[in-house]
Design a protein around this ligand. Structure first.
Ligand code: AHR
Length: 492
């Protein structure tokens, strides 16, 4: 029997709901076709937003959505996306496929999408090619209540009330596509731009500075030392690329055991990155006031054969479910510093939770993981450990089991557990400190490592209920090979 131990509340505190956040860029079919089809589409929609997709995302309890990019953000001029649609500027999306962007989805549409989803908007503003005035006016347009040029313009465009906007990103990947800046230059520019992003009325902005790419510790150190006190959050981007080779990242569905374990090993690197960046942040911010926002993460493979290379459309298998389960457990366990995380990207791009084809939609294995893990949102982290040993092949070895646990406001303990072995199932004995009886239920996602849903078979990988037995000290159950499990224990 493998032992799982669930202790008392961790000193790390509460799991911010935003750790379960998402990201939607003007890229491929994420916004257009995936989320937004326009009011006149034959696809069922409310104000242009796909009803099927919105309904599924609400069920998954999406807490926050980042927009409009990504690299697109630093080329986005928000005034192109307001006013009558027929007069909105058409532009070329130079980063992503060179397609025409007609700006029919802009600020009003994004805020409407967030309203329908019931989630917080996270607007990533343009610092790379935009001006201080442009950023200042966007904030005024979205949040100013009263008489002002931007509030008047908003009203002319049909919206009198300001929106509530908490999360504001000041640039994206400014070390790369957002202007190829050096950290000290970015830090100074960040200080300047953020000065003019005002808090109007009771709208209080939470400003997120551009953080490092993967292990660029110099970036974190420099930006924190120069601009740390002017920010509320610092981003971190890290993608899991199975081969480690950006020109041939590997297929989303066709991979062997070696690449399977290579992918999982690369996923665990997230923990090292968080620890190291946190240690640097601790130097400048020992009280942990500034959050680390992993606002781009997930798997990145070669695009599906025959699709536009600039659209980043990829399938999603049980391997992705394990990647999601591990990452989310890691974020939970670092909830004292990690305040938000946004998987890339929501629909039809990279590690999506939903894929669409015309009026059809399917839920990926990653969707089911987010749906099972939603119970951690806002929960108190519990100390937990699992007995594990290494599984893998060649140079790629990982722990066979990986866990995290929280307790929600009703006192229900939620345990999420990933079995990374591709062949072995494990009987488990979970001991919960202070357990004196209660009830338990479990849900499970399992399948062959490359099992996935297609438009011909949308339910090949689907969440199911699993057996769990209450014992004197907690619960016992068996976790099958290659699976993600959620166990809810209600103490008597
Ligand atoms: O998510 C795809 C791209 O990856 C984003 O636009 C960019 O920020 C990152 O490099």
């Amino acid at each position: 029997m493998a032992k799982l131990h669930i202790g008392g509340p961790s000193r790390k505190g509460t799991v911010s709901p935003e750790i379960y956040g998402h990201f939607s860029e003007h890229l491929g079919r994420c916004i257009y076709g995936g989320l937004y089809v326009g009011e006149n589409s034959p696809i069922k929609n409310v104000n242009g937003m796909r009803c099927d997709v919105v309904e599924a995302l609400k069920k998954m309890r999406i807490p926050v959505l980042r927009w409009p990019g990504g690299c697109f953000a630093d080329e986005y001029h928000w005034k192109d996306g307001i006013g009558p649609k027929e007069t909105r500027k058409r532009m070329v999306n130079t980063h992503w496929g060179g397609v025409v962007e007609d700006n029919s989805f802009g600020t009003h549409e994004f805020m409407e999408l967030c309203r329908q989803l019931g989630c917080e908007p996270y607007v990533n503003a343009n610092m790379g090619s935009g001006t201080v005035q442009e950023m200042n006016e966007w904030v005024e347009y979205m949040t100013f209540d009263g008489v002002s040029p931007m509030a008047t313009l908003r009203e002319q465009n049909g919206r009198k009330e300001p929106w509530h906007l908490k999360y504001l990103g000041v640039g994206n990947e400014n070390w790369g596509c957002g202007g190829n800046m050096r950290p000290s230059y970015y830090a100074d520019e960040y200080r300047r731009y953020q000065t003019y992003c005002r808090n109007y009325g009771d709208n209080k902005l939470y400003k997120i500075a551009c953080g490092p790419n993967t292990d660029d510790y110099e970036w974190t150190d420099t930006v924190m030392s120069i601009a740390g006190k002017y920010m509320d959050g610092l981003s971190l981007h890290y993608y899991t690329v199975p081969t480690g080779n950006w020109s041939d990242k590997g297929s989303a569905t066709e991979f062997d055991r070696n690449l399977f374990y290579a992918t999982l090993k690369k996923t665990f690197y997230m923990e090292e990155l968080i620890r190291n960046h946190s240690r640097i942040m601790d130097k400048y911010d020992p009280e942990k006031r500034v959050g680390l926002h992993v606002d781009e993460w997930g798997t990145w493979y070669n695009v599906e054969p025959g699709t536009n290379p600039g659209f980043l459309y990829q399938q999603n298998t049980m391997r992705d479910a394990l990647v999601a389960g591990i990452n989310l457990n890691i974020f939970n366990k670092h909830c004292d510093r990690v305040k938000m995380a946004n998987i890339a990207q929501l629909v039809n791009v990279l590690q999506s939770v939903i894929l669409t084809d015309g009026d059809e939609m399917l839920l990926t294995p990653t969707y089911h993981v987010f749906e099972m893990y939603k119970h951690h949102q806002g929960g108190k982290l519990l100390d937990s450990t699992v007995e594990s040993f290494a599984v893998g092949e060649g140079e790629n070895w990982v722990p066979n089991l990986h866990e995290s646990a929280t307790v929600d406001a009703d006192g229900t303990v939620h345990i999420t557990l990933v079995n990374l072995s591709d062949t072995e199932s494990y009987p488990m004995d979970a001991v919960l400190d202070g357990f004196t009886g209660g009830t338990a239920e479990a849900e499970l996602l399992t399948g062959e490592m490359n099992a996935h849903n297609t438009f011909e078979n949308k339910t090949a990988v689907e969440k199911q209920t699993a057996d769990v037995r209450v014992t004197e000290t907690g619960v016992s159950f068996t976790i099958p090979a290659c699976s993600v499990m959620h166990i809810a224990v209600r103490k008597a």
